[in-house]
Design a protein around this ligand. Structure first.
Ligand SMILES: [Zn+2]
Length: 227
């Protein structure tokens, strides 16, 4: 399995990417969780875990499924780098909206060569974040951690800058985009309704602010820098 990432079966690189993102969210990486998300059978997921362990990409953690080894993490970084560079290219150069880039990048990330990746990187000016605010790993697999809190965890009256917005659900992204809730934008939490009700937020810079009501569940998908 010591092949370049574009020679791996798409399912293999998808699985690596998934394990990384689950670890990032402190979720348990079990065969059942992976098979469900990748829409494969439990037997297939078990097989992949076995192959990954044999390749030295993952190690088993008792009762917690698997965890990427440094080598596995490096492989995952290669896939994620392809994916996020492509997302940015699609959004910036081809005019895709941010809710459409994820799916398209999923298709393309498996086929681009290392040279194509290097040219994309250069064309885009060596970017460090993708359209959703997710960090783009460097060529050597170094990724900048963007720490923040969920919008739902802000205090009343607090202002913050949006760092990342979860790219998993295109419809939610489309809706959040309609309120201008993009990375780098300013947001203020004005008030929240009790018992998990909606949040009243103010979006944008001084002089061009608009107030919206945001569902509590959606506020979980937005990471902001606490300031
Ligand atoms: Zn993204």
């Amino acid at each position: 399995m010591q092949k370049p990432i574009q020679e791996l079966a798409p399912r293999i690189s998808d699985c690596l990417k998934l394990i990384y993102s689950m670890q990032e969210r402190n979720q348990k990486v079990s065969t059942s969780a992976v098979s469900e998300r990748l829409r494969v059978s439990d037997a297939t997921a078990t097989m992949m875990f076995k192959d990954f362990a044999a390749a030295g990409w993952v190690e088993h953690v008792p009762y917690h499924g698997v965890r990427l080894t440094p080598l596995g993490e490096q492989k995952a970084m290669e896939v994620i780098r392809h994916h996020r560079l492509l997302e940015l290219y699609l959004a910036r150069e081809l005019g895709y909206s941010w809710d459409k880039v994820h799916e398209e990048a999923d298709r393309l990330e498996h086929v681009i060569s290392e040279e194509f990746e290097a040219r994309l990187d250069q064309l885009l000016g060596y970017p460090t974040i993708d359209p959703h605010g997710d960090p783009i790993p460097s060529k050597d697999g170094v990724i900048a951690v963007r720490r923040g809190i969920k919008l739902s965890q802000m205090e009343d009256g607090q202002c913050a800058q949006i760092l990342r917005v979860s790219d998993q659900d295109p419809e939610k992204l489309c809706y959040l985009g309609s309120m201008g809730l993009y990375p780098e934008c300013r947001v203020q939490l004005l008030a929240r309704a009790p018992f998990g009700g909606p949040l009243q937020i103010r979006v944008g810079e001084e002089g061009a602010q608009v107030d919206y009501m945001l569902g509590a569940e959606l506020a979980e998908h937005i990471i902001v820098s606490a300031s």
